[in-house]
Design a protein around this ligand. Structure first.
Ligand code: MLT
Length: 315
């Protein structure tokens, strides 16, 4: 068995397709990153087919669990975001341990978030929005991708910061949620620029602010104030994505995937696609598995008290 494992590792990836599990619906920001990355990984992995499998639900924990329990042969990977650091606090009894049930393959990008509203929402800027929210307490609904998602984290911190409770409407991803923001079925959403920048540019939604400490460069976003400059002085949420394999995946396989990831992150086409959506591709040491693992542990330590201070726990 060990020999077979070692032989498998030597021949990895062979011609068996590699699956990148995305724990949210197709058409959302996590899916976008995964599809761009799958394209950029194919060649450095020897031309193997790389497919994306959307296993959505439970705020991203269903897809993450699928990979935690998958065969550790390198053919099933997980592309996930900050949820790997917030699920341990936000989601009670997740069926896996973030820090011990995965092999860390390196980080991919950092993505800002934007606060957007349906096109028919009366306020036209952040200042008007806070007034409107205050006058409509109890009548506002906020879309997210379920407890433990990035949009859930941002939405909760925003409500807590402005002291206005909203009804949250969970979706299996902010792809489908965006359809309802555009359609006016839901009022607000805090979502990543990889999903919102096109809709903001196309004036399909109203845009109020960005969650980063500095304003963003893309023309459609540069007018948006940061929540910090708008008075929420400590508000700073940037979403990051990393790649994972099941614990026990052989070291030579992990090395091959990390080598391929480093090539993919330097792929001009991948960088162009990601930057065009406001994302910043990782160029620092977080692309190293050990640094990736350290970063996630630090993020768990950072977000746990912030989430608890916001008085927020899993549903
Ligand atoms: C999130 O809010 O966690 C993501 O936007 C979900 C998604 O990628 O659909």
């Amino acid at each position: 068995l060990l020999a077979a494992g070692a032989a498998g590792a030597q021949n990895f990836p062979g011609d068996k397709p590699i699956t990148i599990v995305v724990p949210f619906s197709a058409g959302g920001p996590t899916d976008r990153v995964a599809r761009d990355l799958a394209e950029a990984l194919r060649k450095p992995l020897g031309g193997v087919t790389v497919v994306v499998d959307n296993s959505a639900g439970a705020g991203g924990s269903i897809g993450a669990n699928k990979v935690a329990k998958a065969s550790p042969d390198g053919h099933t990977l997980l592309l996930h975001h900050i949820g790997m650091a917030t699920m341990p606090t936000l989601v009670r009894n997740i069926p896996f341990k973030v820090e011990s049930d995965f092999e860390y393959l390196g980080m991919v990008n950092d993505v800002p978030m934007t606060l957007i509203g349906r096109p028919t929402l009366p306020p036209n800027n952040y200042r008007e929005l806070t007034g409107w929210l205050g006058q409509n307490k109890g009548k506002i609904n906020l879309a997210n991708a379920g407890v433990g998602s990035a949009s859930h984290l941002c939405g909760l911190l925003f409500q807590n910061a402005i002291g206005v409770d909203m009804t949250t409407v969970p979706y299996k991803g902010t792809g489908p949620a965006m359809t309802d923001v555009i359609g006016g079925q839901v009022d607000l959403m805090c979502d990543q620029t990889t999903n919102t920048s096109g809709q903001i540019e196309g004036k399909k939604v109203k845009a109020y602010a960005v969650t980063t400490s500095k304003r963003l460069a893309p023309p459609a976003l540069k007018e948006l104030p940061t929540l910090q400059e708008s008075g929420l002085k400590d508000f700073q949420v940037t979403i990051w994505h990393g790649l994972y394999a099941p614990k026990g995946t052989p070291a030579p396989v992990l090395q091959k995937i990390n080598d391929a990831l480093k090539v993919a992150l330097k792929d001009p086409d991948f960088i162009k696609k990601q930057e065009g959506l406001g994302a910043v591709v990782v160029t620092d040491r977080r692309v190293e598995p050990a640094e990736h693992k350290k970063f996630v542990a630090a993020e768990i330590a950072k977000w746990s008290p912030v989430i608890k201070a916001a008085g927020v726990y899993a549903d």
